[in-house]
Write a protein of this length. Structure first.
Ligand SMILES: [Zn+2]
Length: 179
């Protein structure tokens, strides 16, 4: 039996979120991340896919080193851009890394397929999100993200903006040059 937000539950009946809350109770006894500051120690911001196979471990980073901004695909959306600007102007990062990866879910679909699939499941259309940012060519997709950052008037030239493809089979990052 463990204490949850709504009372007592058996372990067998716990949802993952309940398990997370129980684990947090254990974590908070030592709270090892207490010493971290909000400013990334290595002045790096990484925009990458939310895919489970990507991690700060593959870059030799530890908590506190960098801002990790994640969404489906590792796409420079308005919101990712917002986070990168906050990262640079408020919290001092000086290098931006954009990471897409092989076998990405957004490569196995198209904008129209995804929209149709969800509409068929739900029986309804929706205005937002306007785009899912499905893509076919991964290198082209990385270059497109770099271009969106490079051409933005609020991303200063002194900020290094570099793009990469992470190979989920080999574990290697490969840099994609802009042009
Ligand atoms: Zn992905």
């Amino acid at each position: 039996m463990v204490r949850t937000g709504w009372g007592w539950a058996t372990l067998a009946g716990m949802s993952t979120i309940d398990e997370v809350m129980a684990a947090n109770e254990v974590y908070s006894r030592t709270h090892e991340l207490r010493r971290l500051t909000p400013r990334p120690a290595r002045k790096l911001a990484v925009l990458m896919c939310m895919d489970t196979r990507l991690s700060i471990r593959m870059m030799g980073l530890v908590e506190g080193d960098a801002h990790i901004i994640r969404n489906a695909g590792g796409i420079v959306t308005d919101d990712a851009l917002r986070s990168l600007l906050v990262s640079h102007y408020l919290l001092g990062t000086e290098e931006f890394m954009v990471i897409n990866h092989t076998d990405c879910g957004l490569m196995h679909t198209s904008e129209q397929d995804l929209r149709t699939r969800i509409q068929n499941r739900t029986g309804t259309a929706a205005v937002a999100p306007a785009f899912f940012y499905a893509f076919q060519n991964i290198e082209e997709n990385v270059r497109h993200q770099l271009q969106k950052l490079r051409t933005h008037p609020w991303v200063p030239e002194k900020v290094a903006v570099r793009g990469f493809v992470y190979d989920v089979a080999s574990g290697r990052l490969r840099e994609i040059k802009e042009w």
